[in-house]
Design a protein around this ligand. Structure first.
Ligand code: CP
Length: 319
């Protein structure tokens, strides 16, 4: 069966998940993003690649970084951007997701950027568009439930390549609430596809999926052991909104064992970089001294996110 994200020529049709995407496509996205960093950093103002195209931002869950950087990226590519206000849209009156999509398609949408609390919602939209013969409309997953956040995974890969030049020989640790994290899943698939030889996940047993080692990662429950000699530390947010039951004794206890402090960071390599997808819970996942310290590349991640999202949108609809 053809990968639903790829068109008949093997190019990107939608971006729904990193799982199953050929490494050549991941690398092509990172390579395409590189010159766009000048636009992201405002050295070059705008490019006409999406002129005349309409990008609809459909965010059914809250967002600061993803929604805003998608909007900036689309505008810098000269697209028309429509941000649907979900709280005042007809979905809040009971309209189905697909009826909303049909109506926006009738307004000549070219691209839907979708964030949804339900895993699979962007897949459902892509499948529906195909069934309706609307293959010219592209879907980008901006985060669905616990499943995937592919542009976050890609901007994280861009950041690692920027600071470390290559994925070969790296040891990368992903720390915290892996169980509920769509970001972690996208990071793991991307790191392994791009050839990182050692990917570790670190967290309490209650927040690490039981079969995560089948993805090709090493599991650590002791943070200092897991951070030993790593090149990249990728912190995760505690996804309290997705937790059911008591998975943590308290935020203070989580910070004691799994919060990134300067002291624990000393276990990593001296030139290790520290990443976080945001929003950060200071004093729970990460100490302010680290978040604002010399190893942190958390704000550059956000700027690179504009370039990576420009790259994805231009590869999908830029001709
Ligand atoms: N990293 C991330 O998805 O952040 P937002 O929720 O602010 O979009």
């Amino acid at each position: 069966m053809r990968n639903p994200q790829l068109n008949r020529n093997g190019g990107l049709q939608h971006l729904l998940t990193i799982d199953g995407l050929p490494p050549e496509i991941l690398t092509a996205i990172l390579d395409t993003a590189a010159p766009f960093t000048e636009v992201a950093e405002r050295e070059v103002k705008k490019l006409p690649l999406l002129r005349g195209k309409s990008v609809f931002n459909l965010f059914f869950e809250s967002s600061t970084r993803t929604r805003t950087t998608f909007e900036i990226a689309a505008k810098r590519l000269s697209a028309d951007v429509i941000n649907l206000n979900i709280s005042t849209s007809s979905t809040s009156k009971g309209e189905t997701l697909l009826d909303t999509v049909d109506n926006l398609s009738a307004m000549q949408a070219d691209m839907f950027v979708v964030r949804h609390a339900s895993s699979g919602a962007p897949f459902l939209i892509a499948q529906h568009l195909a069934a309706m013969g609307l293959e010219h409309i592209h879907v980008i997953n901006a985060g669905d439930g616990r499943h995937a956040h592919p542009t976050q995974g890609l901007l994280d890969m861009y950041t690692i390549r920027h600071y470390k030049q290559s994925f070969a020989n790296l040891v990368v640790a992903i720390v915290g609430d892996v169980l509920h994290s769509r970001v972690a899943r996208s990071q793991i698939h991307a790191l392994i596809a791009l050839g990182v030889p050692e990917v570790r996940v670190i967290g309490p047993k209650t927040l690490i999926p039981t079969d995560v080692d089948k993805l090709g990662v090493r599991v650590f429950h002791d943070m200092r052991a897991g951070l030993r000699d790593v090149d990249v530390v990728m912190m995760l947010r505690l996804q309290n909104e997705r937790m059911q039951g008591a998975l943590l004794p308290s935020p203070q206890e989580f910070f004691k064992y799994y919060g990134l402090t300067a002291d624990k960071l000393e276990c990593a390599r001296p030139d290790a970089i520290v990443m976080h997808p945001g929003p950060m819970n200071r004093g729970v996942e990460i100490d302010s001294a680290v978040a604002d310290g010399p190893h942190a590349v958390i704000l550059p991640q956000v700027t690179f996110g504009i370039a990576v999202r420009m790259a994805v949108m231009s590869m999908l609809a830029g001709g």
